[in-house]
Design a protein. Structure first.
Lengths: 114, 110
C-alpha cells in the first residue's frame, strides 16, 4: 500500500513565523502535490513537483514556497505565516502523468496561525 | 477546465440503509477517483475508476464515461461510513491536479 505521511497533524504558529510542513511518500512516485482545504472553497492546489528539484505553481502559490531535494520528500514552506494561511494542508503523490495517475493523500496538517 | 458536481450535498441515513451518490463531470476524463474524508480530515482512496464498475465490500462504483457521470453505492451503511465523500477528476493540463467536487456530507445514525 502507498503510504504518505505528514510531519504534524496539528500545528499552531504565530504571525510572521517561518513554517515548514513536511511530506514523505514511500512508493517512489514521481509526482507530489500540496493542496489546502478551506470550508466553502474545497481543495486548491498550491504547488506540485514532477521530479527532484522541479516545481510548478498551482492555483494559489502566493505566500508559499516548496522544496524537493529527494524524490520521497516534498516540503511546503510558509515564509512568513499569516492568519489567512490557517487551513488544512494535504499532501498527495502519484505516478507519472500519462500512466496510472491515481493520487494518494497524507493525513493532513491542520495549521492555525495566531 | 473541467467542472465536477456532486449530489446530494448532504444525506442522513439510518444504519443499515443503502444510498447512491452521484458525480457529474463536464468533460471527458481519463480517470475518476472517489474519496472518503473521515472526521479527522484524511482523504481515503475508495476507487480509481475511469470506466466500468468496481466493488469493494459494501461499496461499489460505476463510471459511465460517455455520459460523464459516476455513481458510488453504499450498502448496509454503518456509522463509520459517516464523513464527506468526494469525487475528483484530473484537470488534464500540465499539472495533473485533481478537480474535486463539492462533496456529499453523509451522516449515518445508529
Amino acid at each position: 500500500d502507498v503510504k504518505v505521511t505528514q510531519s504534524s497533524r496539528y500545528l499552531v504558529k504565530r504571525t510572521g513565523e517561518k513554517v515548514f510542513l513536511e511530506c514523505v511518500q514511500d512508493m517512489d512516485h514521481e509526482n507530489m502535490f500540496w493542496y489546502r482545504q478551506d470550508p466553502g472553497l474545497g481543495l486548491r492546489l498550491i504547488y506540485f513537483s514532477y521530479d527532484v528539484k522541479m516545481k510548478e505553481k498551482g492555483d494559489i502559490p502566493e505566500g508559499y514556497s516548496v522544496s524537493r531535494e529527494k524524490k520521497e520528500r516534498f516540503s511546503l514552506i510558509l515564509e512568513s505565516a499569516s492568519t489567512n494561511q490557517t487551513s488544512m494542508y494535504l499532501c498527495a503523490s502519484s505516478l507519472s502523468i500519462g500512466s496510472r495517475n491515481e493520487q494518494f493523500f497524507g493525513p493532513g496538517t491542520r495549521l492555525t496561525v495566531l | 477546465g473541467i467542472q465536477v458536481e456532486q449530489s446530494p450535498p448532504d444525506l442522513i441515513l439510518q444504519e443499515g440503509a443503502n444510498s447512491t451518490l452521484r458525480c457529474n463531470f463536464s468533460d471527458s476524463v481519463n480517470n475518476l477517483q472517489w474519496f472518503h474524508q473521515n472526521p479527522w480530515g484524511q482523504l481515503i482512496n475508495l476507487f480509481y475508476i475511469p470506466s466500468g464498475t468496481k466493488q469493494n465490500g459494501r461499496l461499489s462504483a460505476t463510471t459511465v464515461a460517455t455520459e460523464r457521470y459516476s455513481l458510488l453505492y453504499i450498502s448496509s451503511s454503518q456509522t463509520t461510513d459517516s464523513g464527506v465523500y468526494f469525487c475528483a477528476a484530473p484537470w488534464g493540463g500540465a499539472t495533473n491536479k485533481l478537480i474535486f467536487g463539492t462533496g456529499t456530507l453523509l451522516a449515518v445514525q445508529p
